[in-house]
Design a protein around this ligand. Structure first.
Ligand SMILES: Nc1nc2c(ncn2[C@@H]2O[C@H](COP(=O)(O)OP(=O)(O)OP(=O)(O)O)[C@@H](O)[C@H]2O)c(=O)[nH]1
Ligand SMILES: [Mg+2]
Length: 224
């Protein structure tokens, strides 16, 4: 018996996305731009961390960002305060970004001019995990206020990421955040994953995290 058509359509959409993501990745490598995507639940602090990241990196690197949300230009306006080129992608009803949206957003940008391109995905712990965007590095964020069990409940998003970042560390004590439990839960679903602890508000952990990004990109002249 053949599979239902719905499954077939979904498979084709994913396959198409993978092909386009592969082409984007080749283009990014040829241009020498290192592409970092960020995924997390809504409100985990992606934009706050990205604004801080762009601001701190700008003296040393040419950085740019794309940011996805269902609606509003709010995040792009926040990120633009860093002075970096920023573009908002609004997805309407879609809970994730797709490679075609990244390709379209980059139409009038020359990626050769960037050292780093950041892509903030739509806040969602499920949908973005299956869509490759051609990135070199996928960061999964988890804020201290969400509960230490999120990696166990949403293993796919942690599994498909390369690095985890625990955010809002300035609030850790107030919410009795259990670092050991969080770390163990991340390691349980993605053994060996590097985990950083940061606060975009106080700057705690930012240098270590930025140095790691520079190392991963093979571009080590990061601002201190
Ligand atoms: N105390 C504290 N608050 C933070 C920190 N980072 C982000 N926030 C706050 O958390 C809320 C959500 O932060 P955003 O940066 O908008 O989160 P986001 O993941 O981009 O949200 P979406 O794009 O809607 O998914 C805002 O009120 C931020 O000010 C932090 O390090 N410390
Ligand atoms: Mg945001």
């Amino acid at each position: 018996m053949s599979e239902p058509r719905l499954v077939e359509v979904r498979k084709n959409v994913l396959k198409q996305n993978d092909l386009l993501a592969r082409a984007l990745r080749t283009r990014f490598h040829e241009s020498g731009v290192f592409v970092v995507s960020m995924v997390s639940s809504p409100g985990s602090g992606k934009t706050a961390l990205l604004e801080k990241t762009l601001t701190m990196m700008r003296p040393s690197y040419r950085v740019a960002a794309l940011v996805g949300d269902l609606a509003t230009e709010n995040d792009a306006m926040r990120l633009a305060r860093s002075g970096a080129p920023v573009k908002q992608i609004t997805t309407g009803t879609l809970c994730h970004l797709e490679a075609v949206m990244v390709e379209k957003a980059l139409e009038d940008w020359n990626v050769d001019e960037f050292d780093f391109l950041f892509i903030e995905n739509v806040g969602n712990l499920v949908c973005p995990s299956s869509y490759d965007l051609g990135e070199d590095l996928r960061l999964v964020l988890m804020s201290v206020t969400e509960g230490e069990d999120k990696p166990l409940k949403y293993p796919t998003i942690f599994n498909s990421a390369d690095v985890a970042v625990v955010t809002k560390m300035d609030l850790a004590e107030a919410v009795e955040f259990d670092w050991t439990a969080a770390y163990q839960n991340i390691q349980a679903v993605r053994p060996g994953m590097e985990v950083f602890r940061v606060s975009a508000k106080t700057g705690e952990g930012m240098n270590e995290y930025l140095q790691a990004l520079g190392r991963r990109a093979g571009k080590t002249a990061l601002a201190q």
